[in-house]
Design a protein around this ligand. Sequence first.
Ligand code: CUA
Length: 343
Amino acid sequence: MRSSWIKASRLGSVLVFALALVFLAACAPGPQDILNPFSFAAAETANLFYLIFWIAVVIFILVEGLLVYFVLRYQRRAQDERPEQYHGNTRLEVTWTIIPALILVVVFAITARTMGTVGPTNPPAEGMPVRVVGNQWWWEIQYPDAKVVTASELHMPTGQVMNVTLNSNNVIHSFWVPAIMGKTDTMPGHENKTWLLSDMIGAYDGQCAEFCGAQHANMLFRVIVESPADFQAWLTAQQAPPVEPAPGSPEARGKAIFLDPAKKCVGCHTINGTTALGVTGPNLTHFASRSCFAGCMYENTHANLVRWLQDTQALKPGNLMRNYGPLTPDDITALTAYLESLR
Ligand code: CUA
């Protein structure tokens, strides 16, 4: 009897430890924490999680509690003891089939209700169209009405539904902003829809959530929620042509290198108003206005940009930007000056 109580108390401490892990995990919200919502849709999703979680906790405690109780209460106490034998109990079996079935019907109903309210195909209102294209391994963001093409950062105003059309240039990716909206796959040759709506100004991390190759984990983006005035100012700045470098400046030399077909930049990148019209890589027209680059793997700092131009394959192995050129240190100084002028 005594040893079984020791076993039971050990089991108890394992359970307490497991529950403590769950709560500790919930106490420290990370940047991609679905339980730390910054939108109605994310809050509804988190609430659904908590509801089902607590239903499961009650069932777990009930079932495991009964199990432990029966193990202790009806264990064999003597070598020659044989437990009482039972062969079926129809009433009990019907009961423990119907009750779980009813619980699953309830879970299905509340899940269907949440999907109806905040599912990707059910935007609360018609909103501003934005197209998102998955690439290996970065995100292109297009504002078709404003004719703006950018990358890595999706800007949106507070209180405005963004109707997102998703597409892919290559393999299947998944568009996910945990703090704002659930996942929706982006497929080659097929358009998926989702929407974004948040009233909370801030920058929220997004992540590709479908394995898509070597740099899947580094296929990141940011959703920047800003006031309608700030958003409009950003959009207007993005529509403007890039500033023309002064003749003879390092920026002008950088522009000449960028547009030199031998350096291959123009084969993949577009800069509006120039002869750079490539579409394989990100549009760089307002590169310096972005906070990050290379699928948001790197903060957009001078040091990172220099390292990137020196050896992109070392910084993000397998990405489509080969170490073309070659670029001399002088080339890189001029190119960074030019790219950093593209505000
Ligand atoms: Cu794109 Cu994973």
